[in-house]
Design a protein around this ligand. Structure first.
Ligand SMILES: *[C@@H]1O[C@H](CO)[C@@H](O)[C@H](O)[C@H]1NC(C)=O
Ligand SMILES: *[C@@H]1O[C@H](CO)[C@@H](O)[C@H](O)[C@H]1NC(C)=O
Ligand SMILES: *[C@@H]1O[C@H](CO)[C@@H](O)[C@H](O)[C@H]1NC(C)=O
Length: 455
């Protein structure tokens, strides 16, 4: 609104003043129209498109946003290269953000079904004659005998540190699925949820092509995680769910229940715990585990870490690990069912741990710690970006810390088969260089492989 700083060279007449006043009023009205009413935006244009797996390789969930209601939300699709002859109707929900503008987003969801596994499809979404650009995705392969390639990271924000490398990897088809381990936009509710829109549009080149699987972080807490819950469409409940990919069973949880129970109810801790135990029981039934021996969990806040910020994971008895008043601790539960790998974020750094249980290493010396590990392995991959920069490390760390780095970046994981899983850490600061890698080799999965007695 530079018009208000207009300085006349000669004494101003009444008309000059009037002109300045009118310019200022016009400026304010225009600003208001663009800012509050969001003129200039086509409210029917689909945006913020993202895909999600349902756990069934013949299905794909498509989610998108418009700012005016769509009468016939639709996805048009066909196998790659063919005219978009098929269409699938979707549902629309009205989401009102909790900010003072109470902005309304129309969230559209369409589940494509009856797809061929391991097949590329072209699609566009929209309806009422207004369509998104065309995107291509590939359905997951069916069965267990293939090698999923997965990107893992948390704490990304809208500052773009890892975005361009991840986007080019997505365009090159380097990943079958993305796991974003909480903390999306800093925050999705900020600026009346416009930061959420910005984030979802920034990841669209990735998420419209590759299923984008999530769990909530502490930056999603506003209005009972409503931006998070509305903007993503995870299988069953966005807060906790599980699904299968190749030889792995992946469980996504909310660690945030352990920190925001005063605001949003402590019963959610118990509900999730109960669900988790039932899910783990099912996944570890002999026939299921034989097919999908890898059980991998993702949750935002780690059980262990060596950062100098006093967070829960720096405490000897972290809440996530040991629970509240020794109830609902997750370490014992995961140990009992032989969870192989736990993926965390929250700390703006990367840290790989040796197999550890109850603050004890299960084997020494540490050479070959990852060949038939005698306890679960943890990694913390929360360095994708964000405006809060890095979380420095304490000089002293527990004997379970194997490697740590403050570089921005993300993790690539490839689950080669039932016995071999590979992970490597990409440093964005070093132009994509691999700064850490590990092979986990397991000939036995399940608690039978552990050696420390349960406490
Ligand atoms: C918050 O949302 C969850 C569902 O995700 C619900 O079970 C809980 O009751 C809500 N809490 C409050 C205080 O509204
Ligand atoms: C945590 O445990 C270590 C080693 O047992 C001990 O030296 C330290 O004082 C403990 N810290 C707290 C805060 O209890
Ligand atoms: C599993 O993958 C590893 C690494 O690619 C390979 O060396 C091994 O032979 C594979 N095992 C089987 C049974 O295919």
């Amino acid at each position: 609104m530079t018009a208000c700083q207009f300085k006349p060279a000669s004494p101003m007449s009444f008309l000059d003043y009037l002109a300045v006043l009118l310019t200022c009023i016009t400026g304010l009205v225009l600003f208001g129209a663009f800012y509050f009413l969001e003129l200039g935006l086509n409210p029917f244009q689909p945006e913020q498109i993202s895909l999600a797996c349902t756990g069934d390789p013949t299905e794909m969930m498509v989610t998108w946003v418009t700012f005016s209601p769509t009468v016939n939300p639709t996805v048009e699709y066909n196998v790659h290269g063919e005219p978009l002859r098929f269409n699938a109707a979707g549902t629309m929900t009205k989401f009102k953000d909790g900010g003072w503008l109470h902005r309304v987003l129309y969230i559209h969801r369409t589940k494509l079904t009856g797809l061929k596994p391991d097949q590329s499809y072209d699609y566009r979404c929209g309806g009422d004659d207004l369509w998104s650009e065309m995107y291509t995705f590939k359905t997951l392969r069916s069965g267990e005998d293939w090698s999923p390639r997965i990107a893992l990271y948390g704490d990304m924000g809208t500052d773009g540190q890892s975005l361009s490398l991840l986007t080019s990897e997505a365009l090159n088809g380097n990943f079958d699925v993305i796991l974003h381990v909480g903390d999306f936009a800093y925050n999705m509710d900020s600026d009346n949820a416009r930061i959420g829109d910005k984030f979802m549009n920034q990841i669209q080149p990735i998420a419209a092509r590759i299923p984008y699987m999530t769990c909530p972080g502490n930056h999603e807490t506003a209005y009972n995680f409503s931006n998070y819950k509305n903007r993503f469409s995870m299988p069953s409940d966005d807060m906790f769910y599980s699904w299968n990919i190749g030889p792995a069973h992946i469980i996504s949880i909310s660690t945030e229940f352990y920190f925001f129970y005063r605001e949003y109810g402590s019963e959610q801790i118990a509900n999730q715990y109960k669900w988790l135990e039932a899910d783990l029981k099912e996944a570890t039934k002999k026939s299921n585990r034989a097919k999908r021996p890898w059980i991998i969990t993702m949750g935002h806040r780690p059980m262990y870490c060596s950062n100098a910020d006093g967070d829960d994971c720096t405490q000897n008895e972290s809440k996530v690990r040991t629970g509240l008043n020794s109830k609902y601790g997750l370490e014992d539960l995961f140990y009992k069912y032989g969870v192989d790998l736990m993926v965390w974020a929250h700390e703006h750094s990367y840290e790989r741990l040796y197999p550890v249980y109850n603050r004890k290493l299960c084997r020494s010396p540490l050479e070959n710690a990852y060949i038939n590990p005698c306890a679960p392995v943890h990694i913390i991959t929360g360095s994708a970006g964000c405006k809060e920069h890095h979380d420095a490390f304490k000089p002293k760390y527990g004997p379970w810390t194997a490697y740590r780095a403050l570089d921005y970046g993300y993790t690539r994981m490839k689950i080669h088969n039932k016995t071999h899983l590979y992970m490597e850490q990409v440093s964005v600061d070093k132009g994509g260089k691999i700064i850490d890698n590990v092979w986990i080799t397991k000939h036995h999965h399940g608690p039978g492989a552990w050696i420390i007695p349960m406490k």
